[in-house]
Ligand binder design. Structure first.
Ligand code: AMP
Length: 400
């Protein structure tokens, strides 16, 4: 069911408690990538421009939950947000639920915004503690979830807080709305042919996604290191490629599942191999069996062509995981070519969604992010969505 949107919430004069995902990388007090802050701006602006008061809350890093820690403070995030919004952002206290924070919230005027300190300075956040949630819940007249990257978790601010606030409204922010529209929507309402592309390091990480997607797609394309476990399970020699031997049984059963369901499972037929996983390693193109001492580090040109043809013919594409060691040229080539095929499919009218930290980073690095229908901000959350998992945090939001 679609969720009620921040767009439809009257906010004038109201305190809107917004759960954002400001878990950004910070090195020596400097934010090295502010995408997560920027992606929450439309929701924040929507509250402020309509005369609402925005109280923002987030976690950052993995503090112990024993109070303030200087290296996990959200203070630099408040400063960056103020620059991006062009308006002051309050940062009242080192404790998100103390009297100082509550007092600052009480003193807010319409159109003002403040950021509470790191929720994870309290153990209650990870534990979903009701007492902690009640204190946060008291700060708002309405709740808004715009933290897609944390939606697969049941931390207090994601679930217990909106539950404690009922019958006050609980809505989805614009970022969450877009993520759900594309990730859930692309899968549930897929136009055919529906092609899923999976890659990355480990088949064990993606097994649940493979099984769920095999129920839905027409074609499943698998590249990256995880393909070598599937190839070995089929009896293909993979040399020194990265293989999870403990997963060979599972790999066989997935291959069998694809056959039973009549789904096309595309695996690499040629490879760009290296001697070691290091820059400057000697490389060799290999078709079929990989000789001893060589490891497959990227898909080869025939595979790129075969994968690309399937992708270009698709009306729906969902992609999670690189096709090779994309961080280390020349092994970025297969991932680049797959990205280009996804861009071509988009231009031809397909709905295309890329998700997962590495895939989003690769697509951004290639300068192609704007040319897909959607690039998901959530790593773990977007993979769990491909697994078809139920998100309890979403149950807490009002239906549209
Ligand atoms: P994941 O986090 O599961 O999406 O995996 C991404 C990582 O898998 C990246 O760091 C890639 O370098 C790595 N990777 C992809 N293909 C291979 C390969 N053929 N051999 C070794 N590592 C790979």
């Amino acid at each position: 069911m679609p969720k009620r949107s921040i767009r439809d919430l009257p906010v004038a004069g109201r305190r809107v408690l917004v759960r954002v995902d400001f878990n950004v990388p910070i090195e020596e007090g400097r934010i090295t990538d502010d995408r997560r802050i920027r992606s929450a701006i439309p929701t924040i602006r929507s509250v402020l421009s309509r005369g609402g008061r925005a109280i923002l809350m987030s976690h950052l890093g993995r503090p112990e939950g024993q109070g303030f820690e200087a290296d996990a403070t959200l203070r630099p995030v408040a400063a960056r947000l103020a620059e991006l919004l062009g308006t002051p952002v309050g940062f009242p206290s080192e404790d998100c639920i103390d009297a100082k924070a509550a007092g600052a919230v009480q003193a807010m005027k319409d159109g003002e915004v403040l950021l509470l300190e790191n929720l994870r300075f309290h153990k209650g956040e990870k534990k979903g503690d009701a007492g902690f949630a009640a204190k946060l819940a008291a700060l708002g007249d309405a709740y808004c979830n715009d933290a897609f990257g944390t939606c697969h978790r049941t931390d207090a601010s994601m679930h217990a807080v909106p539950m404690a606030m009922k019958p006050r409204p609980a809505v989805a922010g614009f970022l969450l709305e877009a993520e759900l529209k594309y990730l859930q929507g692309a899968i549930a309402g897929a136009r055919r042919p529906f092609v899923a592309i999976l890659g990355g390091a480990k088949v064990s990480d993606k097994l649940a996604a493979i099984r769920n997607l095999l129920e839905k797609v027409d074609v499943l394309v698998v590249g990256g290191a995880m393909a070598y476990t599937l190839l070995k399970a089929q009896g293909v020699a993979v040399g020194a490629s990265r293989v999870e031997d403990a997963m060979l049984g599972e790999a066989r059963s997935v291959i069998e599942l694809a056959r039973e369901k009549g789904k096309r499972l595309l695996l690499p037929s040629d490879h760009v191999c290296g001697k070691a996983l290091e820059a400057g390693t000697p490389t060799s193109p290999v078709t079929g069996a990989i000789p001893e001492g060589w490891m497959g580090l990227d898909i080869g040109p025939s595979t790129s062509k075969e994968f690309g043809d399937a992708i270009r013919a698709a009306r729906t594409v969902v992609w999670n995981g690189p096709m090779g060691v994309f961080e280390m040229p020349p092994f970025d080539r297969g991932t680049r070519e797959v990205a280009r095929a996804v861009v071509d499919a988009t231009a031809a009218g397909a709905t295309t969604v890329a998700g997962g930290g590495d895939t989003a980073a690769a697509v951004e690095a290639f300068g192609l992010a704007e040319k897909l229908s959607h690039v998901s901000t959530g790593g773990g959350a977007s993979l769990e969505m491909l697994e078809g998992r139920h998100f309890q945090s979403l149950d807490a939001l009002d239906e549209a």
